[in-house]
Design a protein around this ligand. Structure first.
Ligand code: TRP
Length: 343
């Protein structure tokens, strides 16, 4: 089993990032057995497919790496790196561009969403983004790729590319059997990717770009700030219901209960079994306490790491060296299968 997954680097990491992708990565890493491996990377190359600020990309990459480490990704057990330090990603993408079909890419919903009305003005990188994503996983012979719902289509595409490449170019042995160049990766559903909404508006996702800092809990927030933000979170005057159905039409209440459930690893109904009938005057301090307990060790480590960017750099450099070594044989096979002459 080899798990490979990537995340686009951003700064200002918040609770939504933690309870969404990051915690799942840590759990997957912790569940790995002897002989199984995780490759986790920062998809900095994907980030240039949209207009971006170079200084922000650089600081975001360091911050995201620090957050992953602070949340428990252990570079001694998982290979943690950023794509830009492993040129094989770019190389394999080009090789796979010969196999990916325009028609396949035209069907990608993320491209349609991100390019919006201005398709002609979208970057070519945004269009071929899914081919780079295919290279990301095929390069390491990934068997399993944890991805959210929105990335399933890209993984499906990676399988299509791998299948066609193997079919068209994989070398055959003496009895005509194909020796596939690429493994077909399976998607895995993250065990529990909670969707965390803004503390100011229960219909909007918690986001680093929201103008109001009160809308999000940042991973660097200290205990006082966390408690203040939770106490000020928007709610309604009703007490909590005793079952999930009673949260219908109450997005802010639902969000706070969802956060409590995610932090305590329980279900919404289990939380409501404890707090049903209570008002927010009682629920909010309990939620604040739980959050402080969970996030304090993380924010402490995160602040320490952010004070020591050379340490983060060194960890990424070691991860990238491992990734380059592991990618080399598959990349060489792909060149060879295509008839590209290389020593
Ligand atoms: N496109 C993914 C996202 O935006 C990030 C990503 C890049 C990725 N390469 C990947 C995820 C490879 C899984 C596997 O979330």
């Amino acid at each position: 089993m080899r798990v490979v997954s990537g995340i686009q680097p951003t700064g200002n990491l918040h609770l939504g990032n933690y309870l969404g992708a990051i915690r799942n990565w840590v759990r997957m890493q912790d569940a790995m057995k002897e002989g199984q491996e995780c490759y986790f990377f920062l998809a900095d190359l994907h980030a240039i497919s949209m207009p971006h600020d170079p200084a922000e990309l650089k600081s975001g990459t360091l911050e995201m790496a620090a957050a992953l480490l602070a949340c428990g990704i252990d570079p001694a057990r998982s290979t943690l790196f950023n794509q830009a330090q492993v040129p094989a990603h770019v190389e394999l993408q080009w090789l796979l561009n010969g196999t990916a079909r325009m028609g396949w890419l035209n069907r990608m919903t993320q491209f349609k969403d991100k390019s919006g009305k201005n398709r002609e003005g979208a970057s070519a990188a945004l269009f071929t983004y899914p081919v780079l994503q295919a290279a990301d996983v095929l390069l390491y012979q990934a068997t399993h790729v944890p991805v959210g719902e929105d990335q399933k289509q890209h993984l499906e595409l990676a399988r299509d590319i791998a299948t066609k490449f193997n079919h068209d170019y994989a070398p055959k042995n003496e009895i005509g059997e194909e020796a596939p160049v690429f493994t077909l990766p399976e998607p895995i559903n993250p065990p529990q990717a909670a969707r965390i909404m803004s503390l100011r508006d229960g219909s909007k996702k918690m986001s680093k770009s929201d103008v109001s800092e009160m809308s999000r809990i940042e991973l660097v927030d200290n205990a006082d700030t966390i408690m203040k933000k939770i106490k000020k979170a928007k709610t309604d005057p009703e007490p909590l219901p005793s079952e999930e159905a009673g949260l219908a039409g109450r997005p802010e209440a639902l969000n706070l209960v969802t956060i409590y459930a995610a932090l305590s690893d329980s279900s919404i109904d289990a939380v409501l079994a404890d707090f049903g009938g209570e008002g927010f005057g009682k629920f909010k301090p309990a939620l604040g306490e739980l959050m402080i307990e969970t996030l304090s060790p993380i924010s402490q480590r995160l602040r320490d790491l952010l004070d020591d960017p050379e340490e983060i750099d060194a960890i990424l450099a070691r991860g990238a060296a491992k990734a380059r070594e592991s990618a080399a044989p598959t990349l060489a096979d792909a060149y060879r299968a295509l008839g590209l002459l290389r020593h």
